[in-house]
Design a protein around this ligand. Structure first.
Ligand code: 1CP
Length: 341
């Protein structure tokens, strides 16, 4: 189907655009009272994500209520470990928790490379329903975690400031770590290809915990697997968002992907020069700017937009929108981007 608003895709393809496209990481859910209402009608996040009609409804909400230029499918990166045989729970106000974690070869032996058409059918169904509901209004972004970030949760068992157990395995048993990373990467490739087949127009790979690795480990245990994903998913453009990985920017820019996501510690001007127009850049406003006065919010947004001047830019935050952000501040951010020339 022909998209009515394809400005995001045009920037990615390197075509001329009349303004900067804009969407927000973690825009589906979190901040909208309309999301809360749907979320409260079920037992929790997992039931919501596994009910395709409802997942589609909350995916479309920010398009109607905020005016963003793309939708992102409502799901989580942790559906992948579950599909491989390691289930998670979402603990209210605490985040994800895995009753079992991967400690040794015996743990890996119990896992499988998942078949997304059966184990992740609910996400694919949600994508199909979302596409119908969007009716071509904006593109739909599919996503997955980068293998390193998924590995970190599977070994650690929950969110962590240090992910010290996950990082310990890289020193104690690198061969085992590679075996697990390889299984995650294989599952992720099948899963992303299935998302594209179901209707995703763009794919984003979230390496949320890139920044906790030393550079040599980041090259060895993360980038190689992201590269495999980029090489395999050729049907639609791929965005790589590696939070905190400014130390690896040269290698990230050399990936066969279309767009690079920047967090707010990264310098748009420098990366812009380095890309030399070969890739689109996405980001990178500090999400805390959305707590500022309207005046400061507008001026910070203008500053961010001008820092990307001269390169192909998709406006976004440098990480997910914080849950206690006022939706009116989000609207002001979006309006400011759309009005900027
Ligand atoms: O954009 C959207 O809101 C769509 C849905 C979405 C996405 C893209 C959710 C729903 N999660 C994600 C990605 C995700 N999940 C990432 C990558 C992006 C990022 O870095 O923010 C990560 C690291 C997770 C893992 C996760 N899931 C966390 C973080 C835990 C930690 O280590 O600190 C948490 C708190 C969740 C729960 C979750 N995921 C999504 C929602 C709506 C929620 C809240 C659960 C609830 O409503 O009870």
């Amino acid at each position: 189907m022909q998209l009515k608003n394809d400005i995001l895709l045009r920037v990615i393809r390197g075509e001329k655009v009349e303004r900067t496209p804009v969407w927000l990481m973690r825009q589906a859910g979190r901040i909208l009272p309309e999301y809360r209402a749907v979320r409260n009608s079920v037992s929790g996040f997992v039931e919501l994500a596994k009910t395709p009609e409802l997942a589609a409804e909350v995916t479309i909400q920010p398009v109607d209520l905020l005016g963003v230029d793309a939708a992102i499918i409502f799901s989580d990166i942790l559906v992948v470990p579950e599909a491989m045989g390691l289930p998670y729970q979402m603990v209210e106000k605490r985040g994800p928790w895995f009753p079992e974690t991967i400690k040794d070869a015996a743990g890996i032996k119990k896992l499988r490379v998942a078949d997304p058409k059966s184990e992740l059918h609910y996400v694919l169904e949600a994508i199909k329903i979302t596409k119908k509901g969007l009716n071509g209004r904006v593109p739909l972004i599919g996503f997955a975690g980068a293998p390193w970030t998924i590995f970190a949760y599977m070994v650690e068992g929950a969110g962590s400031k240090t992910f010290s157990r996950a990082r310990a395995m890289l020193y104690q048993n690198p061969e085992l770590a590679h075996r697990l990373l390889d299984m995650i990467a294989k599952t992720t490739i099948k899963y992303l290809k299935a998302q594209v087949e179901a209707g995703a127009n763009v794919i984003q790979v979230f390496d949320s915990w890139a920044g906790i690795l030393p550079p040599h480990h980041y090259s060895e245990f993360s980038l190689g697997y992201i590269r495999k994903i980029c090489e395999a998913v050729t049907e639609v453009p791929v965005t790589v968002f590696a939070k905190g990985a400014y130390f690896a920017m040269d290698e990230i820019l050399a990936l066969p992907c279309d767009t690079i996501g920047l967090d707010w510690n990264m310098s748009p001007g420098e990366v812009c020069k380095q890309t030399a127009g070969k890739k689109a850049l996405q980001g990178n406003l500090d999400p805390a700017v959305l707590y500022a006065s309207d005046e400061v919010l507008v001026s910070e947004t203008h500053q961010m937009l001008s820092a990307f001047n001269g390169c192909r830019h998709i406006a976004n935050l440098g990480h997910g929108v914080y849950p206690d952000t006022d939706p009116d501040k989000v609207r002001l951010f979006i309006e400011t981007v759309k009005a900027y020339r």
